[in-house]
Write a protein that binds this ligand. Structure first.
Ligand SMILES: [Zn+2]
Length: 411
């Protein structure tokens, strides 16, 4: 196909699925795209086309289009700039006092979340249905699609910044070894030697006023991050601004992808999306523990309730959700979802099966719809308050995944 034809495709596809995104009024399970073929999956990177995923330029145009046709209901703003100067956008719809913040592509090769966010924004911003009106009245929905636009354009996990640039921005770190999450070799099949970067989902800190100190670098996965990168600084500022204006950010969802061959443990089926609450050991919140100061604010139960809501929403529409592997000792405070949960926001991880390098676009439509259903369920349950009636302890009874002990997580 010509480049012109290629670029138009994602935008043409979106309206087809829009009719499926109205909560409660949604189509029957028969509309779910075909289940994944059982035998065909591989974690080996393949040279698959990514053009069916929405790229940065298409996202900009679609956001502008949605803002225009929503007649002021969707507000698109530039929240900050990536290291390579790309604008990072927020799109806000709704005037309610329950705030749901969602980011996509903090890992730039994990792309279905961006399309799901654009579909929800379009539906919420333009629909005259009672459901959409109720959600706009009760919820403030804030989407940050492509929080890592430089990584997204390179179709890779990390952003695009060198340690020398970090030292320029933070002279107090000059001469320190690079932070532990700095990628400057060959990672996940991507060569970062010429264009190094960071795993941004290790750069967060529950202290939103934290300033990098030399003694905290290079750090470890069991310590908070440092807000070293423009992208994580932008997300921190978006969160602080929302909290200042609304008093609290009730919920945060981070949209990711995982391995290509993960199966649900109950029936051994290849799954669509796994969900999780933050990996932070309970013992560290006890008096004297390293997270003791967050004992009263840690939103563990709300995180589980929201994750269960997402699971139920996807399950009810015929998709295959599961619990994400989560050992009780797992401790990654530098993840955005962990830091924000410590300071009172219920947080949920979505892990769609397969990265772009392993799945390409083959199942993109199915996974995008699954993510959309999960998010809409959470919006709905936050709006009605039903999420607070969910028993958080039932999270552990949901089907898990067969890779329960895997330690090479990609979230
Ligand atoms: Zn990820």
């Amino acid at each position: 196909m010509t480049p012109t034809t290629r670029r138009v495709l994602p935008l043409l596809l979106a309206p087809l699925a829009l009719g499926l995104t109205a909560p409660a009024a949604m189509a029957s399970p028969s509309s779910v795209p075909a289940a994944p073929p059982a035998a065909e999956c591989s974690d080996e990177p393949r040279d698959l086309p990514t053009w069916k995923f929405i790229d940065y330029g298409e996202m900009r145009r679609e956001l502008a289009h949605i803002e225009r046709i929503s007649h002021g209901r969707v507000d698109v703003e530039v929240a900050g700039k990536s290291n390579r100067g790309r604008s990072i956008f927020t799109a806000t719809v709704g005037t309610g006092d329950k705030v749901l913040l969602v980011t996509s592509e903090i890992h730039g090769n994990e792309k279905t979340g961006t399309t799901a966010l654009l579909r929800i924004l379009k539906w919420l911003g333009t629909s005259g249905s009672p459901e959409a009106k109720r959600l706009r009245r009760t919820i403030t929905f804030v989407a940050v699609p492509k929080i890592n636009p430089d990584g997204a354009e390179l179709d890779r996990r990390g952003n695009d910044i060198s340690w020398a640039e970090i030292e320029r921005d933070f002279p107090q770190l000059a001469g320190r070894p690079p932070a532990w999450n700095y990628l400057n070799g060959v990672q996940q099949g991507d060569d970062y030697r010429q264009r190094p970067g960071f795993d941004l989902n290790r750069d967060f800190n529950p202290n939103l006023d934290y300033v990098p100190r030399p003694e905290d670098v290079p750090g470890t996965s069991a310590e908070p991050g440092w807000f070293l990168n423009p992208e994580t600084q932008t997300l921190r500022d978006v969160y602080k601004d929302l909290r200042a204006r609304h008093g609290a950010v009730d919920a945060y969802v981070d949209l990711h992808h995982q391995g290509a061959c993960v199966r649900e443990d109950a029936q051994g089926r290849l799954l669509d999306v796994a969900v999780d609450y933050p990996p932070l050991p309970d013992v560290f919140f006890e008096p004297g523990g390293k997270y003791a100061q967050y004992r009263d604010t840690y939103a563990k139960d709300l995180s589980k309730q929201l994750a269960i809501s997402a699971f139920r929403g996807m399950d009810a529409r015929g998709f295959i959700p599961a619990r994400y592997p989560h050992a009780p000792t797992r401790d990654i405070p530098g993840q955005v979802r962990c830091s924000l949960a410590m300071i009172g926001t219920g947080t949920v991880l979505f892990e769609v099966r397969g990265q772009t390098q392993t799945m390409g676009h083959e199942l993109a439509e199915r996974f995008t719809r699954a993510v959309t259903e999960g998010l809409l369920s959470m919006l709905n349950d936050l709006s009605t308050g039903a999420v607070f009636d969910i028993d958080p302890d039932t999270f552990e009874t949901l089907p898990g995944t067969i890779e329960e002990d895997a330690d090479d997580h990609t979230d």
